[in-house]
Design a protein around this ligand. Structure first.
Ligand SMILES: Cc1cc2nc3c(=O)[nH]c(=O)nc-3n(C[C@H](O)[C@H](O)[C@H](O)COP(=O)(O)OP(=O)(O)OC[C@H]3O[C@@H](n4cnc5c(N)ncnc54)[C@H](O)[C@@H]3O)c2cc1C
Length: 496
């Protein structure tokens, strides 16, 4: 125990308030969503600090006057001694430094309550030692304000508890998995029909919408409305026309803003399970519940890989898209026979690379007319080496380059710097199967409204494309079809 005089006691009071202020400011920084009330508490601690500082000055400057501090029976001092040790121990720690890395608001409130209780205990002793009534009344006012902090913190604690309970038990009307053209248009259709946006959420695995378009489309690509011959006519709220990649992304982002779609980014869904009429949608760190669920994760999450193995030391030199790293002035082999392969070639050529395209199809029949014509012209003019009708047998490292061998005898092996595979994507069969969806080969069994064999579980976008390929316009239309069927189940009247 220490022996105090009034000055030391006031210094402790000032320090209590300074630490309180630091604590609340640090808490406001750590929990921005609670900044307003935490900052208000910090401001009040500053006001208290100023009051104690004024007392301190008057005691220091008027030592010969009648003492304002009176404790003839030494009661207050004994009391203050008894609690000072633990308070001084806590005061020595800088509150800003003692914060845990990711403090929770629950933990912050617990800590704040402990601090406020300690302050009240201390000031109660201080007040009873005050001889001067005016000073005692001022200390009393501070005690009352600290008490109101305790009440406020307790109330906040209850509110936060209730909110988190409500969140835990929250049941969405609809959860949409995947924030690409399929997922966004599905959300837009349901909101357009009258669903409250707050009753639905879209879970997207990546940090932005339409990840596949961002990642797989070449920068200068013309995004065609009738991609691969699909009909460009859109029957729902979202429309498609020929546009640049940038405008396509802008159109989809604007739909999110305009319709007020609630998207949770970086939320990869791992599993969907139906339990007692509710869907449990499981991500890495939480499980959401919904009455209905829509899967719109497309088919490109897992790009198709070649059937030969890629040596470990060549993994850095091979890729499945052209946005992961910038390729310039290199010998690049593009493997694939579809539009993506053709568009990658056109893009990489513009970047000053020397291109070889290996396609299994001699006539490039998987490409649309424009891409086929452009690719053939590039081959004929010698701007690219077109190896149509070739099949890669395997690859191996040769120095810092890649030796590529072909299955047929007519084509000699070649040496390149990089390989880009454009072999399309695969239906995420495992994901659909563990969600309980019945499959027919690689295609989920769907009714005409795109509802799967699990009642209430719909598929849109590429996953609902009956043909072997999808397009943005068909994704929009598949969402319209699904929404027409789902809306009445949500109690919304639809017009046809
Ligand atoms: C290179 C290329 C060029 C193309 N060019 C055209 C064109 O010019 N015109 C055209 O109309 N179409 C084009 N397409 C096709 C078009 O991009 C697709 O048909 C369309 O993107 C399908 O939309 P979707 O929403 O079904 O799937 P995707 O666009 O694949 O979107 C799926 C979304 O779900 C997310 N996701 C995946 N797994 C999970 C998970 N487990 N949890 C949460 N989120 C997840 C992904 O990150 C992604 O954002 C092209 C495709 C490619 C690859």
């Amino acid at each position: 125990m220490q022996n105090f005089n009034i000055e030391e006691i006031l210094k402790i009071a000032i320090k209590i308030e300074q630490n309180g202020r630091k604590f609340y400011l640090k808490a406001a920084e750590a929990c921005p969503e609670h900044r307003t009330w935490l900052t208000r508490l910090a401001d009040e601690e500053i006001a208290h600090e100023n009051v104690f500082a004024t007392f301190f000055k008057s005691f220091v400057n008027h030592t010969d006057e009648e003492p304002a501090f009176e404790d003839s029976e030494n009661l207050a001092m004994t009391y203050l001694h008894s609690i000072a040790d633990s308070i001084i121990f806590n005061l020595a720690k800088d509150p800003a430094r003692s914060f845990r890395e990711n403090p929770t608001i629950d933990g912050i409130i617990e800590d704040a309550l402990r601090r406020e209780h300690e302050a009240i205990l201390f000031y109660t002793g201080l007040k009873s030692a005050m001889y001067d009534e005016k000073t005692a009344a001022e200390v009393d006012l501070i005690i009352k304000e600290e008490m109101s902090h305790v009440n406020w913190l307790k109330q906040k604690q209850m509110e936060i508890h209730d909110e988190s309970l409500a969140k835990k038990e929250r049941v969405y009307e609809v959860v949409i998995v995947g924030g690409g053209p399929g997922g966004i248009s599905m959300a837009a259709e349901l909101i357009e029909k009258g669903l409250d946006p707050e009753k639905m959420v879209v879970l997207e695995s990546s940090p932005k919408t339409s990840w596949i378009i961002r990642k797989l489309y070449p920068e200068q690509k013309l995004v065609t409305a009738n991609y691969k011959g699909a009909s460009a006519e859109c029957v729902g709220v979202m429309k498609m026309r020929n546009m640049t990649k940038e405008s396509a992304l802008q159109m989809l982002s604007e739909a999110v803003t305009d319709f007020g779609i609630d998207i949770h980014y970086d939320h990869a869904v791992l599993k969907i399970e139906k339990v007692d009429d509710l869907f449990h949608i499981q991500t890495k760190d939480k499980t959401l519940k919904a009455k209905y669920c829509v899967i719109a994760i497309g088919v490109f999450g897992k790009p198709n890989r070649p059937d030969y193995s890629i040596p470990r030391n060549l993994r850095e030199k091979t890729s499945y898209d052209i946005t992961s790293s910038s390729l310039e002035n290199q010998d690049v082999l593009v493997v694939g026979g579809g539009d993506s392969a053709s568009e990658y070639v056109q893009h990489l050529l513009k970047k000053g690379n020397r291109l070889i395209l290996s396609s299994r199809e001699k006539d490039l029949s998987y490409m649309n007319d424009d891409n086929r014509r452009i690719t053939q012209t590039l081959g004929l003019s010698g701007k690219i080496t077109l190896l149509a009708g070739t099949d890669v047998e395997g690859i191996k490292a040769e120095g810092s380059r890649i030796r590529v061998a072909f299955k047929d005898d007519q084509h000699d092996s070649i040496l390149v710097d990089r390989i880009v595979y454009a072999l399309g994507g695969t239906t995420p069969m495992n994901f659909l199967k563990i969600s309980g969806i019945e499959m027919e080969g690689k295609q989920a069994i769907l009714n005409e409204a795109n509802e799967s064999s699990v009642p209430g579980l719909y598929l849109t976008g590429d996953l609902a494309a009956r043909a072997s390929f999808g397009a943005i316009a068909t994704a929009f239309n598949s969402s319209y079809t699904a929404a027409q069927d789902l809306a009445p189940k949500l109690g919304i009247t639809v017009t046809t």
